[in-house]
Design a protein around this ligand. Sequence first.
Ligand code: NAG
Ligand code: NAG
Length: 493
Amino acid sequence: MRNMRKLLNIIVILCVCLDWVRTEGSEQRESGKVYSHTIQVSSLFPSSSSCVLPSKGDYLCQCIISCFIHLKRSRRSTWRTGRARARVLAGVKLRASTMTIDEILRHDQARVNSIHSKLSKKATDGDGVTQSQSTDLPAKNGRTLGSGNYVVTVGIGTPKHDLSLVFDTGSDLTWTQCEPCRGSCYPQKEPIFNPSSSSSYSNISCSSPVCASRTSEGLLSRCSASPNCLYGIRYGDGSTTTGFFSTEKFTLTPSDVFDGVNFGCGEDNEGLFHGVAGLLGLGRGKLSFPSQTKNTYNNIFSYCLPSSPNYIGHLTFGSAGTSNAVKYTPISSFPRASLYGLGIEGITVDDQKLEIPSTVFSTPGAIIDSGTVISRLPPKAYEALRTAFKAKMSNYTAAPGRLIFDTCYDFTGLKTADIRIPRIAFSFSGGTDVELSPKGIMYTITMSQVCLAFAGNVNDDSVAVFGNTQQKTLQVVHDGAGGRVGFAPNGCN
Ligand SMILES: *[C@@H]1O[C@H](CO)[C@@H](O)[C@H](O)[C@H]1NC(C)=O
Ligand SMILES: *[C@@H]1O[C@H](CO)[C@@H](O)[C@H](O)[C@H]1NC(C)=O
């Protein structure tokens, strides 16, 4: 464990380079229906142009990304006036690490276990087998920040200091590492934020009502020894941040500046955040960034997660730029959680709707999470998906499974035209059908081990998670004001 942590200390910002070729292949049409996607064999390999090829067989291609950002303007269509109010933060990046595929998958499982224990009445009821493979497991309210997260740049303070933050729809509080790092700070790409050189920074006093709010929002509380309000968060894998709960100016663009945003000035930060300066909390709670800026953006944001580091996605605040093609499903609530719940009703493989009783999904419920890499399905739903998928893939050589993956193929030596994977679509409540991008269906470990990118939960009553691999290239809208989440195809490459 400690060695792994040390290894992770070296991480800067690297990316998993699952570089499916841009033209992901032709679609085979038959009597008006698309039956399958053809993917190019070469596209399953990491891109050689931008990647350092792995030195060990089971390392993913890792490449340093230039985490550049560019801010684009877009027009708003909100409830106020016609003035531009939505802001696009481009530069959403695939971020992973020098973690091996196994570490990525273990951390992903730690995050999911943590979500499960957070939502479960039976708190000890995790996903037994895989849980034991995870390190430092979930404190009760914890979550894990593994790899496969996405990063945007936000300006903090006066003068503004640009910082790369992982954005996370599964938590609320935004925080960044702060000098003088009285505890410890890990290495990050940009200089660490120093509140003493910002004229807009202020501490929150312990007696302030705002200070009390952080506890009700699930943060750890510690105030007795300090006149200043403190915060602490422990994530599912044991990563922690503690420091001053403060207010500061946040700048998204020169015209989108927010004074007095509550955030965490983290002076003791340990764990798996390496490379980024902190986290942008996009959850449903009062302390989240969308909640704190709702007078401007009406608690609406959308994003597109790019399929590879060669492409730029976006995170957009406000409703501008939301395409007409977006189809919505209602957000369902989970008690005491900042999570976005949604209702999965069914899964279709090619043109075949799987026979899954509706209670299989409705009993545990489901959430959408930007930080979970691989979607988790109720066991019976996963089994039905796997059976249908295997039937469509019967012409390919099976390969051994890998941790949470149990349906893998050996594509060694195959030609482009020889590989066809079936289409997969999800039906969400409200009659919303969402077809996944082919990039959201399989996960390439090596050419001889390409796996169905889903996993089953161990327990029937564990919540399902719609993860970020399955969200790739979709435009995903989180409309907190309207109580709905929406999807449209082709949000980015
Ligand atoms: C905030 O509190 C810290 C710790 O007490 C102190 O060092 C710092 O000067 C304070 N900052 C401001 C702007 O009051
Ligand atoms: C498997 O290969 C055979 C022979 O090439 C072909 O006729 C059949 O359609 C293929 N099956 C699938 C599911 O692709």
